[in-house]
Design a protein around this ligand. Sequence first.
Ligand SMILES: Cc1cc2nc3c(=O)[nH]c(=O)nc-3n(C[C@H](O)[C@H](O)[C@H](O)COP(=O)(O)OP(=O)(O)OC[C@H]3O[C@@H](n4cnc5c(N)ncnc54)[C@H](O)[C@@H]3O)c2cc1C
Length: 343
Amino acid sequence: MKVVVLGGGIAGVFVAYFLRERGFDVIGIGGELTYPLTSLVLTTSMPHVEDVELAWESLEIYRRFTHLSEVTSVDILPRWVDLSPLSRVPHDVVDRVEGLRLDPDEIAVVTTDYLVPVRRVVNALRKMLGFSEDYGLLKVEGGRAYVVANGRKIEGDVVVLAAGYRNSLIAREVGLEVPLAPYECYAVLSIVSWRARRYSIGDYVLGWYGRPAAPPFYIAGDGCGRYGEGPPPNYADRMGNLMSKRLGVAVPLYVKTGYCEVGPHGGPLYGKYPGLENLYVIGGFNGYGSMVGPALARRLADLVAGGGADDVFRLEKMPLQRRINPCEVAERHDWGGVLLRNS
Ligand SMILES: Cc1cc2nc3c(=O)[nH]c(=O)nc-3n(C[C@H](O)[C@H](O)[C@H](O)COP(=O)(O)OP(=O)(O)OC[C@H]3O[C@@H](n4cnc5c(N)ncnc54)[C@H](O)[C@@H]3O)c2cc1C
């Protein structure tokens, strides 16, 4: 069986990898490799048990390809938060962390995060699986999907749409609705104290996250911006203020815009597109694609191969026409959504 994968990010290359492992003939149309040189964070401290499971699975999958370095993870939360989703995650709950300022009504949940050299892993898989760097167009004819790349029609028994934040835009060009929406997410390259630089921080009280980058830098970000608008003019100052409240001194240097995508339940989805014979979709990973992407890609490969899990991420369970306002959807991986629901 021949499968065409459109999109060569984490989702696309891991779907291709697991399909190849199951004996499929895979053609990858990858687009540009978009990841930064810095590692992305894989945390297992998340408020939904299903996501924690996917993160553990992804960790094992990465270990086939690379060494992951560990970093102390500090999630700052109000005292009242329910930590039961962490029952399988080794963690400590503390009142003090060297180098961070905590209020008396706050706790720090200390776990281990893993730094994933995603660019390196994805690039290696692209090469191994023969992905091209072409951009493709999705086309539909007679109830079947195919791809056009470089002026060439590429047909497959199966077509997988895995083009990251462009998924819904690509689908809409051929009149298909997928319940995904793109948004902008920003990161600020900063200098912080050497004590704070050791931590991967999720500050769910003040609403920002940060992690070590190549020395001496630290990367921090927050929230969500509307697609196509760019960061607000005072973004670096705002981030500087948030970080300083927690870390003492923080000097923001440079703001970079990234693009993300979210599904209706604030998390990823995968599955078969209803009404077409051969189209499958995977996407909506927002800020945690490197945490759960490989494991979800394996589930999509299982589905294409005739098996598959009946889980909360299945596209078939979601209303296709639902319009999503990305900045109003609480991201599943983020404890901030839990705080909002309980406030
Ligand atoms: C600033 C920032 C920080 C982040 N930090 C983290 C983190 O620490 N941990 C974490 O888990 N996640 C993090 N993320 C999120 C993570 O990067 C995404 O969830 C993940 O990249 C999504 O994977 P994907 O494969 O769905 O999409 P992408 O990574 O966007 O890959 C899509 C691929 O498809 C290609 N493509 C697009 N259109 C076409 C086309 N028409 N034809 C062919 N190819 C096409 C693109 O070139 C790209 O290679 C961060 C994101 C940003 C922006």
